[in-house]
Design a protein around this ligand. Structure first.
Ligand code: GLC
Length: 590
């Protein structure tokens, strides 16, 4: 067990408090305290006593693909800074930027070679500080990605570790002898295909890598590793970051006795036998580390947050990530993200499960990210995709949760995988082609306008090509169209921030047996209206007989706030409510 210097943390907080009391600035910039302009929305949140992240909308930026400022065809920090007004006008509260640390970019930044610096490709520390400060002026907080499971093989720690068996950093990584000459220590497989063990002739041992062989796993049983990683987190907290999204956190520990993983029938996309990652995933020690990380976050003022990449198989594993409110505040909910079909019963059940999680933790939903095919085509039916994109927006942004958007979903960006193997950038696609084409398709550049490279870059060639759909689906043209996906997102985001019941109201599903339509109330516990959300997940119109009297609703009609498509005046009578195919309705009920 590592010691977390609780006394030191306590002293820092007391010191910060004393400085404040005598009218000086706090020791560390606090994302909350230094935000200058206070919007009505923020006042409402502060008065509620809730921490900021309970009502925030987080927006993921894949920095290579958001905005290029220096014409090299790759996005960068100054590019993001040049777009902060767009982010403010969209109505989001926080951005999570995927890794921008120095990296050989084998896994596009998820192979870190220095945890406390910025890769020159993206800019400098000064550029980063400027982004944090410009974002803060617009009440937008910056969340960084943190990659604790593994470093790059180019990290100086690993270079030392592999140099000799006697090196003091040898134990910072996982080294083992082979079973017999030419045979790895056991049958563990890399998530990215083939054996998870790489032989290193220099010292005649194997090292373990859960992902690519260029991403050796750090040894979290070693207290020095923990201290070094927690100090890296402190480095960024001191620079004012609002929190971290913690990468691949369930993979931090492996069985020290190296039991073989169970083999199950079939082969995966890489041609390996299927296995269950029983001995390398979700070991109980993970939670000890999450508690320690939480204590690091709490050394700093301003409700810093931890988000876990929690690819958990069920609600009970997901619930564990909250701990006793002493682990992460927001575990990413892959169960909801991966329903992968428009099924009202499935979404109803999963949202209910998280809503009632025994830890009382805040739900954290998303549908797209840099590893998942985009929702426009994943949930679209190839005919009504734009309408379904609006339905997915309402499903993300109106339940009681902290939603996570992915850049470009607000304009209906689609997955555009490479057509030829030689164009593939993501190593997964190179190893698994053609069955596994990799993740390039969901990482294409942001589509801003109708100029060269859709306004993303002035380069001759961008790192991934702009999809042909960019001519129609871009920020500039959608801003002019009141019926566009972008205009719809903006309306729902604005409603979310101005309607207190969408922030504080409870979440209650109604019409629970409907196989096609997901309906729920955001219920006002005090005075004022509640909000009824009706999402038709089928390709046919549906009529519903709502009986909301038991929920304290007295009036017979709902008053539309946002509907797509628009509904006629008779349609919103609760006793025979009619909603078109894939229709979305958000309305006030009294
Ligand atoms: C996470 C990241 C993914 C990366 C992997 C290995 O799953 O989201 O992009 O390849 O970790 O670091």
């Amino acid at each position: 067990m590592i010691t977390m210097f609780p006394k030191r943390a306590y002293r820092i907080l007391v010191f910060a408090f004393l400085l404040q009391a005598i009218g000086l600035a706090p020791v560390f910039p606090s994302p909350q305290q230094t935000a200058p302009a206070t919007s009505g929305k923020q006042k409402a949140q502060r008065n509620s006593g809730d921490p900021w992240w309970r009502h925030a909308v987080i927006y993921e930026i894949y920095p290579r693909s958001f905005q290029d400022s220096n014409g090299d065809g790759i996005g960068d920090l100054n590019g993001i800074t040049s777009r902060v007004d767009y982010l403010r006008d969209l109505g989001i509260d926080s951005i999570w930027i995927t890794p921008i640390y120095p990296s050989p970019l084998v896994d596009f930044g998820y192979d870190v070679s220095d945890y406390t610096s910025i890769d020159p490709l993206y800019g400098t520390i000064a550029d980063f500080d400027r982004l944090v400060s410009e974002a803060k002026k617009r009440n937008i907080r910056v969340i960084m990605d943190f990659v604790p499971n593994h470093s790059s093989e180019q990290h100086p720690w690993f270079k030392e570790s592999r140099s000799s068996r006697a090196n003091p950093k040898r134990d910072w990584y996982i080294w083992r002898d082979g079973k017999r000459p030419g045979e790895p220590p056991n049958n563990w497989q890399s998530w990215f295909g083939h054996s998870a063990w790489q032989f290193d002739p220099a010292t005649n041992q194997y090292y373990y890598h859960h992902f690519y062989k260029e991403q050796p796993d750090l040894n979290w049983r070693n207290p020095e590793v923990r201290k070094a990683m927690y100090d890296a987190m402190r480095f960024w907290f001191k620079r004012g970051v609002a929190g971290f999204r913690i990468d691949a956190v369930s993979r931090l520990f492996e069985d020290p006795d190296l039991h073989d993983d169970p083999i199950v029938p079939g082969r995966n996309a890489y041609g390996d036998p299927n296995i269950l990652h029983k001995y390398t995933d979700n070991l109980p020690e993970v939670h000890e580390v999450l508690r320690e990380m939480r204590r690091v976050a709490e050394e700093f003022p301003g409700s810093r947050i931890l988000i876990s990449e929690a690819d958990e198989p069920n609600i009970s594993e997901l619930t564990k990530m909250y701990g006793k409110n002493d682990e992460v505040q927001l575990p990413m909910d892959f169960q909801v993200a991966d329903v992968n079909k428009l099924s009202a019963p499935d979404f109803r059940r999963l949202l209910d499960e998280v809503e009632n999680n025994p830890a009382g933790g805040q739900p954290h939903y998303f549908f797209s990210n840099h590893d998942q095919p985009r929702q426009w085509d994943r949930y679209g039916d190839a005919v009504h995709n734009d309408q379904i994109a609006k339905l997915m927006a309402a499903l993300l942004l109106t339940p009681r949760a902290t939603p996570l958007m992915y850049y470009g979903e607000e304009i209906g960006m689609r997955t555009t995988p490479p057509a030829r193997k030689e164009d593939v950038q993501d190593p997964i696609g190179k190893i698994g082609w053609p069955e596994e084409k990799g993740r390039d398709g969901e990482r294409t550049p942001m589509q801003w306008d109708n100029t060269k490279n859709s306004g993303f870059s002035s380069a001759q060639r961008t790192w991934l090509p702009l999809p042909p759909s960019a001519a129609e689906y871009n920020v500039e043209s959608e801003s002019r169209d009141p019926n566009s996906i972008l205009s719809f997102y903006k309306r729902v985001l604005a409603l979310r921030s101005t309607e207190p019941v969408l922030q504080h109201g409870s979440y209650v599903t109604v019409d629970r047996d409907n196989p096609f339509v997901l309906s729920f109330l955001r219920k006002n516990v005090g005075k004022g209206n509640s909000i009824l959300v009706v999402l038709n997940m089928s390709g046919a119109p549906q009529t519903i007989k709502f009986d909301l009297a038991s929920q304290g609703i007295k009036e017979s009609s709902a008053k539309p706030l946002i509907a797509a498509p628009q509904l006629g005046p008779d349609a919103t009578v609760l006793a025979h409510f009619t909603i078109p195919a894939f229709g979305v309705f958000i309305g006030a009920v009294h």
